[in-house]
Design a protein around this ligand. Structure first.
Ligand SMILES: Cc1cc2nc3c(=O)[nH]c(=O)nc-3n(C[C@H](O)[C@H](O)[C@H](O)COP(=O)(O)OP(=O)(O)OC[C@H]3O[C@@H](n4cnc5c(N)ncnc54)[C@H](O)[C@@H]3O)c2cc1C
Length: 372
């Protein structure tokens, strides 16, 4: 699977990534190909039409895809992590049959909507509301920055199910399974982003959106817990996405420093340049090792939440630092759109923001240290 991912990245992603970035093109057909090859539900157990692979194999494959194009990798990462984890752990047999199997076969593209315009780092303060009716639920509200909000077939959406007179904080939130062709689901126009420009990010309006009782996932009031479980898995994917962006920046820097000459010699002959490259390589290796360690802990069934946060925090800051060094090594050319490192620099930034900012990761890690 890792070799297949590497070939796919080199032939189907790398040659087109710059153009997709320039034109904000969402390559749906290419993502569908990834689905057919089995990359969109890799760790779902075999009984649900997947390969039931381990998390380290999944991360190794995702690293290759992300090295080809970070925008495409975010779809692969979300699909494999958050919705899949939620359905595997908390779906009823009927829900898994109906929604997990096509997800695992890569036939449906899936996203999740937790954030809102006024609640990002503090999602328990969300406002979107579901009200119980005779036939099920009616949802109203606004979700923000949903990856694939405008391109997914299915979204896992977190909304309040407590009442204005009885607010329960995180215990007042539930998760719903929402096909995006449901009346009342309306995605806004794709956001115009700094990086990951070929991925779809959109506001989603929920307008009198009616759902049946079978579309509530797991228990009412447990949606926040399910989202946090999903994010533990998701953060591993973002960690490895950051590793891949940094790795690509290093590969390009090595090639450039061998070729570019100043003062009558290639840049790679200067010790200051060699030290920079050595530090880049060391930090990337450490970030990858942290991500693989967290994935191993998760697969062993050990508590892996703080490990996942450490991996994401360290890898994201590594990606930002390494891509900054890469732009520096490319000099003036590094600042130009014609050279690939400026895209990597832009793509790296979001890894410090989404699925919990670096500050939020530090909060999670600090809490785990004090046993809270
Ligand atoms: C490209 C992209 C894709 C996304 N995809 C999704 C998606 O698919 N689904 C989804 O639900 N969301 C998604 N998001 C939203 C993302 O998860 C949020 O942007 C992120 O959690 C931060 O929330 P915020 O933007 O509201 O920032 P805020 O929470 O307003 O934070 C602003 C700043 O304050 C800091 N801060 C906040 N609280 C504290 C604190 N207690 N201590 C110290 N510092 C603090 C933050 O770290 C940050 O630096 C996406 C975002 C982007 C940019």
């Amino acid at each position: 699977m890792v070799e297949l991912a590497r070939d796919f990245a080199r032939t189907r992603l790398e040659p087109q990534a710059a153009e997709w970035d320039r034109t904000k093109h969402f390559p749906r057909d290419v993502i569908a190909e990834l689905g057919k090859l089995g990359f969109l539900g890799m760790t779902v157990p075999e009984e649900w039409d997947s390969m039931g692979l381990d998390s380290v194999t999944y991360l190794m494959a995702l690293e290759e895809i992300a090295a080809g194009d970070a925008s495409v990798s975010v779809s692969m990462s979300i699909q494999n992590a958050i919705p899949a984890t939620m359905l595997v752990r908390h779906g009823t047999p009927a829900q898994r049959e109906r929604w997990l199997k096509p997800l695992a076969r890569g036939e449906t593209l899936v996203g999740f909507a937790l954030s809102e315009p006024d609640s990002g780092s503090d999602p328990a303060s969300m406002r979107a509301q579901a009200v119980r009716t005779d036939g099920g639920w009616v949802l109203n509200g606004l979700k923000a920055w949903a990856t694939n909000g405008g391109t997914a077939d299915l979204m896992m959406i977190m909304v309040r199910t407590d009442t204005p007179g009885d607010r329960r904080g995180p215990k007042g939130i539930s998760t719903f399974i929402v096909p995006t062709d449901t009346a009342g689901y309306r995605a806004g126009k794709p956001e115009d982003k700094m990086g990951l420009r070929a991925s779809n990010t959109a506001t989603v309006a929920l307008e009198e959106l009616r759902l049946g009782p079978e579309q509530l996932l797991g228990d009412e009031g447990m949606g926040f817990v399910y989202a946090m479980e999903g994010l533990d898995a998701g953060r591993l994917g973002i960690a490895i996405q950051a590793v891949a962006i940094a790795r690509r920046a290093l590969e390009l820097s090595l090639a450039y420093c061998a070729e570019r000459r100043q003062f009558d010699r290639p840049l790679q002959d200067f010790q200051a340049v060699q030290f920079k490259l050595a530090d880049m390589a060391t930090r990337i290796e450490a970030a990858r090792a942290l991500a693989h360690l967290a994935a191993t802990r998760k697969d062993r069934g050990e508590a892996a939440s703080a490990s996942a946060s450490m991996a994401k925090l360290f890898a994201a800051e590594t990606a930002m630092w390494v891509t900054t060094q890469a732009v520096q090594l490319f000099g003036g050319y590094g600042y130009m759109r014609d050279f690939p490192v400026e895209k990597l620099f832009r793509d790296a930034k979001v890894t410090e923001i989404y699925e919990g900012t670096s500050e939020v990761q530090r909060i999670v890690i600090a809490r785990s240290l004090s046993g809270r």
